[in-house]
Design a protein around this ligand. Structure first.
Ligand code: T4K
Length: 360
């Protein structure tokens, strides 16, 4: 069996069956059904925030938030991320302005932001990449000073905490991905958390065609609703979140025991409160390059991934628009980073085999 970078955790089949059985009785499959409402309530409690608005996936949640928050003109953001963050801005007509990242954790470097702010800047869209929190205090201060909106891409950060708080505590809103590859998933899915009643209302309009009643449509919204089968999966997985993270933590500790401290191999700091979403390792002056390690593993049917290479600013679809060399720390990280296989049921022996191959 090949080993992939991720593998979806599944709840017990009978548990999921019990969760979806009522759908055969009530025939209500989507459009704010009882499972979706129950999941929103459970996530509000878990994240400790007044509003969680569910979406069919994280990317559409991000686009809906950009529109609902009135983000226009330019937004300061990171190129060291998945396509979604940059594409969402561009697809909503907002120009991404890329700031560099911090070498320590590869999140946006607040000290690089202020010089990029112009009169067209309306927002900062940082990413808690790999589940590592950004410099939330510094970003908050800059946003306040310049009157900017902060929308966190917390796609990787569900289940992580900082200073005892969930990602929902920071910025004006945060987006989570509940994709099948995530620590907590709803097959496909996503959500926005926010404290503002008005923003939550606007997000719901974005999610459902701007409809407020059978004969009332007040804005030009789209369709990005989470269906009941997705929400039922979320209700099951939420019950097992702690166990999921504990199993992932065990896998991470095995990797660290073998690879941390090896000259030329760098781990990012992992606070105790992290969610063990990814296992990024940087090969910096190691006797094999990142690409050589990647190829050695692939030759044995082990598929690590280069999250996030190339930088989004280097994507073919943006050719000529951005200069990846303008963010040298992000550029170097994209060339050196490899995210090793990490999932709850990855066997100890497989982790040892992966480490053997990296070290051989
Ligand atoms: N912002 C950030 C920072 C993000 O990283 C993402 C998504 C988003 C926004 C947007 O959120 P979503 O709209 O996706 O909710 C994967 C995920 O699809 C994507 O959610 C994630 N970030 C990204 C980092 O990784 P791919 O294109 O690398 O996925 P794929 O199909 O190559 O799958 C990777 C591995 O996962 C497979 O080799 C095996 C395993 N897998 C995959 C699927 C589809 C499973 O075990 N089960 C599955 O169902 O994007």
């Amino acid at each position: 069996m090949p080993i992939q970078v991720a593998r979806s955790s599944m709840p017990d089949f009978e548990e999921y069956l019990a969760e979806i059985r009522p759908l055969w009785e009530n025939h209500w499959l989507t459009n704010n059904g009882e499972k979706a409402l129950a999941l929103e309530a459970a996530l509000q409690a878990y994240l400790d925030i007044p509003h969680v608005v569910l979406f069919s996936n994280g990317h559409l949640a991000l686009e809906a938030a950009i529109r609902a928050m009135g983000i226009t003109g330019e937004a300061i953001t990171t190129p060291f991320t998945f396509a979604s963050t940059t594409h969402a801005l561009v697809r909503c007509g907002v120009k991404p302005v890329f700031a560099d990242v911090r070498p320590g954790d590869l999140t946006l470097d607040a000290s690089q932001m202020e010089r990029l702010i112009t009169e067209r800047t309306t927002a900062i869209v940082p990413v808690h990449v790999y589940g590592n929190f950004c410099d939330v205090d510094a970003i908050g201060r800059i946003a306040q000073k310049h009157g900017l909106t902060v929308l966190y891409d917390a796609a990787h950060a569900f289940g992580a905490t900082h200073a005892g708080q969930s990602p929902a505590a920071y910025g004006d809103a945060a987006m989570y991905s509940f994709h099948a590859t995530k620590v907590f998933h709803t097959i496909e899915g996503g959500a926005i958390s926010c404290a503002s009643d008005a923003l939550a209302d606007a997000l719901r309009l974005e999610r459902n065609f701007g409809i407020t009643g059978p004969e009332d449509t007040v804005s030009v919204g789209g369709n990005a609703k989470m269906n009941e089968f997705q929400a039922a999966m979320g209700l099951c997985n939420l019950r097992h979140l702690e166990g999921e993270i504990a199993k992932r933590r065990h896998v991470c500790s095995l990797y660290r025991a073998r690879l941390a401290g090896v000259p030329g191999i760098r781990f990012l700091p992992t606070p105790d409160q992290d969610n063990c979403a990814y296992l990024p390792v940087l090969f910096e002056g190691y006797r094999r390059t990142r690409d050589e390690v990647f190829a050695r593993l692939a030759a044995q049917d082990i598929y690590a991934r280069k999250y996030f290479y190339p930088l989004t600013s280097a994507f073919a679809c943006y050719a000529g628009q951005f200069d990846p060399a303008a963010t040298p720390v992000a550029l170097a990280a994209s060339q050196n980073v490899l995210t090793l296989p990490l999932y709850a049921d990855l066997a100890d022996a497989d982790v040892q085999r992966i480490c053997d191959l990296v070290l051989a």
